[in-house]
Design a protein around this ligand. Structure first.
Ligand code: F6R
Length: 607
């Protein structure tokens, strides 16, 4: 939520900042702004996407070699130019701020600073930071930011520039992402690495409750109490091509097609001479055998991955498992102990509710395993074990390849735990591992059937409601398919356990309703067929996702999306693919921007 970019160096930075913003636009696109420091602070802000800002600043060169930029996902204050960042303190003060997160005590600070004579121009919580820095400034920007930071409550990452301090940017972080890019005689600051990936792959992570001072020749890190900290420079593996569409019409389409690779990479990491090893899982075999419970915690699509994980861990490792939404679980009084394994899943590694739930779980003594796609992200520092998905950079706001990579990792985890606990025989584990290894090919061949969704999209793109049904391990996929459709096409969807439909949602059905049913082969297939009959009896239109070779389903469904045959537990990875493609086909027919659905942001750093 919100993207910050900063530059200090020897090059004119206007274009570098705009390009950085374009790379971070997935974090929010309500408004965008830029501040160029060159004897004065030249600020331009616009409501709308970065393209609107780009038009406003024009193509003429600007000499500034220090600057800040921001793309906003609105929290405090409406989507108007006055609330766009960079936010200035009082006119003429020279202080400008860009911010991601929430300042919880902004109202009290506003009262205090207004009484002290500060004049506010916006409704944002961010403006409290700007006036506080101004209030604390007496010629030393680092000292001013340090003092201001100590007065702030909430979770945030912010960066400050001062008209009178060209060549310096000062930033602070508590709970929201911030990373430094190390160039030759130049430094970048950003909410995420893609912002500067075209310029450098060398990074320094900023940790919670740290202040970072970037100058042309390097960055200095300070703890909250002002103690200097050494921070190593790391090289990231991603290359800048990942941040380009490479001929695809959208990032989401590119990422859908990258799924075979994302899965192969996630598996490849863990196989040594054909043997499965999960480096990063810091549990001894004895601890694994002693586990009494597993709790999956996550939000959104990652929550759906956790729901699949629950079936896998119960089925293969015979460990009682549950899955919950992080923002709900953290406010319960959960009963867990040191024999509980909490598996927190987050693509971004920065989702605030998941982070808070992890803290709660650790406080209760559970072992917390983080599953994330982003190295160095906050959750990797707040866990006992970490396993990475290797999906590469995902820019489309709607998750696709990171979901199937998460499922893949959960297969490997369930196989490993099942083997250690002796609930899978060696032979069965080998068969399953062979099937998991065949997933990249199966996924590719499933995606290649993608044109089958086109007639369905043609027929139903103008409908305003879809129902999704699934049972057992098909239910999380019904939920995920429904989420994909609603978030990128703005069509209302409901997803239900098929057996539960008759307890309410069946009232929604009439002869115009498309109903997507996960009807793959397995022990609940006959039950799903009964539910399909119930749908048909109300005149609704069945779109079935079924297993290749099931000819009978053609008599029950108006459209069938076939999947290659595989173990029932592996079907979710395949079943979600036509649902991603269907959502995509419908959204594009409705003329929508699938990469940047309205009101959404990719990394959710507010509660
Ligand atoms: C849906 C989507 C969101 C995220 C959710 C959690 O397509 O992208 O629902 O899944 O915001 O994000 P992470 O996985 O980063 O915690």
């Amino acid at each position: 939520m919100c993207g910050i970019v900063g530059y200090v160096g020897g090059r004119p930075c206007k274009e570098l900042l705009l390009t950085g913003l374009e790379r971070l636009e997935y974090r929010g696109y309500d408004s965008a702004g830029i501040c160029l420091i060159n004897g004065r602070a030249d600020i331009t802000r616009r409501v709308g996407k970065v393209a609107v800002l780009r038009d406003a600043v024009g193509t003429s060169a600007h000499p500034a070699t220090t600057g800040l930029a921001h793309t906003r996902w609105a929290t405090h204050g409406g989507v108007i130019e006055a609330n766009a960042h960079p936010i200035e303190a009082c006119e003429g003060s020279g202080v400008t701020v860009v911010h991601n997160g929430i300042i919880e005590n902004y109202a009290a600070l506003r009262r205090e600073l207004s009484e002290a004579g500060h004049v506010y121009h916006s409704d944002t919580d961010t403006e409290a930071i700007a006036h506080l820095v101004e209030e604390c400034y007496s010629g030393d920007l680092v000292e001013a930011v340090h003092k201001a930071y100590q007065r702030l409550d909430g979770h945030f990452a912010f960066a400050v520039a001062h008209r009178d301090s060209p060549g310096v940017l000062v930033a602070a972080r508590r709970g929201c992402p911030l990373v430094v890019g190390v160039g030759e005689g130049e430094m970048f600051m950003a909410s995420a690495i893609p912002a500067f990936l075209a310029e450098t792959r060398k990074v320094q992570h900023v940790f919670d409750d740290e202040i970072v001072v970037a100058r042309t020749d390097g960055a200095t890190f300070l703890s909250g109490d002002g103690t200097p900290i050494e921070r190593e420079v790391q090289e990231v593996e991603w290359d800048d091509d990942a941040a380009e569409k490479q001929g695809y019409e959208t990032f989401m389409l590119k990422e859908i097609w990258e799924q075979p690779d994302a899965i192969a990479q996630t598996i490849g990491e863990r196989l040594y001479h054909g043997q499965l090893q999960l480096d990063g899982l810091n549990l001894s075999d004895e601890q694994v055998r002693g586990l009494s419970r597993i709790v999956f915690l996550a939000c959104g699509t990652s929550y759906h991955a956790g729901l699949v994980g629950r079936y896998l861990l119960e089925e293969w490792a015979r460990i009682p498992s549950e899955s919950d939404i992080a923002s709900e679980w953290r406010y319960r009084r959960p009963v867990i102990d040191r024999n509980t394994l909490v598996i927190a899943i987050a693509q971004s590694g920065e989702t605030i509710d998941t982070l808070a739930a992890m803290k709660e779980a650790r406080a209760c003594g559970a072992h917390v395993l983080a599953v994330t796609n982003v190295m160095g992200s906050q959750m990797t520092r707040e866990c006992d074990s970490v396993l990475y998905t290797r999906a590469g950079l995902e820019i489309g706001v709607a998750a696709s390849k990171t979901f199937t990579a998460q499922l893949t990792l959960l297969y490997l985890l369930a196989l490993r735990l099942g083997t250690i606990r002796g609930t899978l025989t060696g032979e069965r584990a080998e068969t399953l591992l062979a099937q998991v290894r065949s997933l990249p090919d199966l996924v590719r061949s499933t995606l290649e059937r993608g044109e089958l969704v086109e007639p369905i999209a043609d027929r139903f793109a103008r409908n305003e409601f879809f129902l999704y049904l699934g049972r057992n391990i098909g239910l999380p996929i019904a939920l995920e398919g429904a989420l994909k459709l609603k978030e990128i096409s703005y069509i209302a969807t409901d997803a239900y356990a098929a057996g539960e439909m008759k307890h309410g949602p069946i009232a929604l059905l009439d002869d115009s309703t498309p109903v997507v049913v996960i009807a793959t082969d397995g022990h609940v297939y006959e039950k799903v067929v009964s539910n399909i009959e119930e749908v048909r009896a109300r005149g609704a239109h069945v779109i079935a996702v079924a297993t290749e070779g099931n000819e009978g389903i053609r008599d029950l469904a108006e459209h069938v999306l076939y999947l290659p045959r595989t173990e029932p537990e592996l079907q979710p990875v395949l079943a979600v693919l036509p649902l991603q493609q269907l959502a995509y086909a419908i959204a594009t027919r409705r003329g929508l921007d699938v990469d940047k659905p309205r009101n959404l942001a990719k990394t959710v750093t507010v509660e």
